[in-house]
Design a protein around this ligand. Structure first.
Ligand code: ADP
Ligand code: MG
Length: 699
């Protein structure tokens, strides 16, 4: 930490480990720098000679900053990042070495792809894959290596990562949004960017406690744990003052992120004890995705330096709020307009309403896709659990904006608190965040000048969600543009289109309490799907209409979607199986033996008391309760063991996943219930692992 106090000047060290635009401008000949800019903006491939110059400048800069290696950094479908490091070394004569890095090495890498999930896309014998430089995300130095952000593909062209589809989706939404801007008379903008700010929640627990919990070590969440006497009911943690140890951790985390050019901005305590949040300033979505990966990685790594463990699991503790990741999303044209900002003139208002309607229509038509973009075994514990949004996708736009939409639909004037407005003729009042952001239960909320998608779990990569969001919005904008470009009278045609869209899709708007039972019933009436778990939504990925959507824009091919579906389901099966096996191991090796030891102690005491003529009703009563509980545990162990074995013999990921959900998971819950009851009557010193109170209040 002493290092930090010497860095009092943030602007001085912000991004000091990034091969940024400024560094490039300083170090590259003008024509080369311009060529890189063209590659960044228009995706034009770099000339090999130019790539050589860039690579050499990168290498010189990296070596000056202490790097010895370089790595192509990519995001395989594991959801985390992957890297393989090569030294800059190249042998020269007389047993000496040169430091070299060629344009070829910069632009393309060839990692062995056989050990990454491919969902059947690529057999091991044709394992070759390659990584391709993504020049729009800056290279950086970490742990003495130069990290080059890349996309990862198979040699036959199928994508094997989460970044390539995101980059493709960014281009398609840009293209379609530009068509709409042109219709509104904008001739300047040449590009529309998707901007994203991902708020990241996490827990910190003491490492010494963590080390004693097999479940946390292996699965990232507690599989057992009786409810602590105090949870979050006093609401004293949210925005509460930050403990010194946590504050030191946050400081170092910010410092390391800033050096990597990550705009970490806000930090605070979250609703649950031991829970915290970090929010960055938004940036272009592929960079936001890279930065979020870096953030999660550094969160974990730096915690260990402070004797802490950072838990990114979506639900580390039952009965305590889990952790999410809010994906704030908007579209911004390169002439500086946030397209989701209502704007100040009637013209801007109409343009905003056009984008708003396209989004409403997209979310309504493709709700299951958004839902499945946040699906995982871990996140199943949150969605629908009265802490995170429900599993039903709906859109919150606030009552004022809803009134505007209604006025537009009915052709009447919009009446606000202050005045009457004729939509399309008068300038509407600005819908500030404080009048739009009161609902925290909505999965997709308009918050003044952006939408906030709140379904994602804390451990998720944001790439899939943004790929889907960009693609569905592109599709709706395409349909709008197709219709409007043909129109003889643009204003008339636009109004007609918007009115029709509102009429057909306003069922997706819901401004009420998403946690209420009435909403579940109401949503069903409206025909909005309630896809409760991963196994309910992931198989829908391959619906023909979704495949057609992705193929139209060349974001995914059918086989690519099929492979992603398989990976998601297979992952679900693996996670549940690992959790079940961990439960069995802990129960057999730690919990049951501890219970039996203590129950022997009780029986011994009861016996002695009987011999000397004392009343032993307490010991006998307790001992028989232990007998009943341990017998029930033993039965559930057997049952769970059988279910896991049965699951392993099922062929096909979808069938196996469904069985895991219906059979394995339910027995896990049953076993947990009995063990948690046992914990409440065992002496603390005899319980073989730290309790919820230890974990949640020890830091
Ligand atoms: P909260 O949702 O916790 O109330 P804020 O509204 O302040 O917090 O911001 C949440 C996140 O939204 C931040 O990461 C911020 O950078 C991001 N954000 C703000 N404007 C945009 C935008 N135009 N596009 C994408 N993200 C944005
Ligand atoms: Mg938020």
């Amino acid at each position: 930490m002493s290092e930090i106090s010497s860095f009092s000047n943030v602007p001085e060290y912000f991004g000091c480990n990034v091969f940024s635009d400024t560094v490039m401008r300083d170090r590259l000949p003008k024509n080369i720098y311009k060529a890189v800019q063209r590659t960044k903006q228009f995706g034009i491939a770099l000339d090999p000679a130019v790539a050589d110059v860039v690579a050499n400048a990168m290498k010189d800069w990296a070596v000056e900053h202490g790097a010895t290696h370089y790595t192509h950094w990519f995001q395989p479908m594991t959801g985390v990042t992957a890297e393989k490091h090569d030294a800059f070394l190249s042998p020269s004569s007389h047993g000496r070495v040169l430091l070299e890095f060629s344009g070829k090495e910069l632009v393309k890498g060839e990692p062995d792809a056989s050990s990454f999930p491919s969902g059947g896309l690529r057999a091991t014998f044709e394992a070759r894959g390659y990584t391709a430089w993504d020049p729009t995300s800056d290279a950086f130095i970490k742990d003495d290596s130069l990290y080059i952000p890349t996309a990862f593909c198979s040699y036959t062209g199928e994508i094997l990562d989460k970044k390539t589809p995101l980059l493709r989706s960014m281009n398609v939404v840009s293209e379609q949004a530009l068509r709409i801007l042109r219709l509104f008379g904008n001739t300047h903008a040449s590009h529309v960017m998707c901007t994203v700010g991902a708020e990241q929640e996490y827990f910190l627990v003491d490492k010494a406690d963590y080390d004693k919990r097999e479940d946390l070590i292996i699965t990232g969440r507690t599989l057992f744990g009786a409810k602590p006497p105090k949870g979050q009911e006093l609401e004293d943690h949210y925005f509460g003052n930050i403990k010194q140890r946590v504050s030191d951790y946050m400081k170092e985390l910010d410092f390391e992120l800033w050096k990597l050019g990550v705009y970490s901005k806000t930090k605070h305590n979250e609703a649950a004890p031991a829970q915290h949040e970090l929010a960055p300033v938004f940036t272009t979505s592929n960079i936001a995705a890279d930065h979020n990966q870096l953030t999660m990685e550094l969160m974990k790594k730096i915690a260990r330096k402070h004797g802490l463990i950072c838990l990114l699991h979506e639900k580390p503790f039952e009965g305590i709020n889990g952790s999410g990741k809010h994906n704030n999303w908007s579209l911004t044209s390169n002439d500086g307009q946030n397209l989701l900002d209502p704007g100040a003139t009637p013209q801007d208002n109409m343009q905003f309403l056009t984008f708003l309607c396209a989004i409403l229509k997209g979310v309504h038509e493709y709700a299951p896709l958004l839902r499945l973009s946040a699906a995982s075994a871990g996140n199943d514990h949150r969605l629908g659990g009265n802490e995170a949004p429900p599993a039903i996708v709906s859109v919150f736009i606030g009552s004022e904006l809803e009134a505007v939409i209604e006025a537009l639909e009915s052709g009447k004037k919009y009446v606000s608190n202050t005045a009457e407005f004729d939509i399309g003729v008068d300038a509407l009042p600005n819908f500030k965040k404080d009048t739009t952001d009161r609902n925290r239960t909505s999965p997709f909320a308009f918050t003044g000048n952006k939408f906030e998608f709140r379904m994602l779990g804390s451990a998720d990569s944001i790439s899939c969600t943004n790929t889907i969001l960009n693609t569905i919005v592109a599709e709706e904008l395409r349909q709008f543009a197709d219709e409007l470009e043909q129109a003889e009278d643009f204003d008339k045609a636009l109004k007609k289109l918007l009115v029709r869209t509102i009429r057909e899709h306003k069922q997706i708007i819901f401004n009420g309490n998403g946690y209420s039972d009435e909403w579940i019933a109401e949503a069903e009436k409206r025909g909005l799907p309630n896809l409760v778990s991963t196994v309910d939504c992931v198989p829908l990925y391959t619906r023909d209409e979704y495949v057609a959507l992705f193929e139209r824009f060349k974001v995914y091919s059918r086989v690519e979607i099929e492979s992603r579906t398989e990976i998601l389901l297979e992952n679900y099966v693996k996670v549940i199986t690992i959790e079940a096996l961990t439960m069995l191991d802990m129960t057999r090796k730690q919990i049951l033996p501890a219970a039996l030891r203590y129950s022997k102690e009780l029986c011994d005491t009861a016996l002695v008391k009987q011999q000397i003529g004392l009343d032993n009703a307490l010991e006998v009563g307790l001992a028989s309760r232990f007998s009943a509980l341990t017998a029930s545990i033993s039965e559930n162990i057997q049952l769970l063991d059988d279910k896991v074995t049965a699951a392993q013999s099922i062929s096909g990921n979808e069938a196996a996943a469904k069985f895991c959900r219906s059979d394995v998971f339910s027995v896990m819950q049953q076993l947990r219930k009995v063990v948690d009851e046992l914990e409440t009557i065992m002496p603390a010193k005899d319980w073989p692992m730290p309790s919820y109170t230890d974990l949640l209040f020890n830091v």
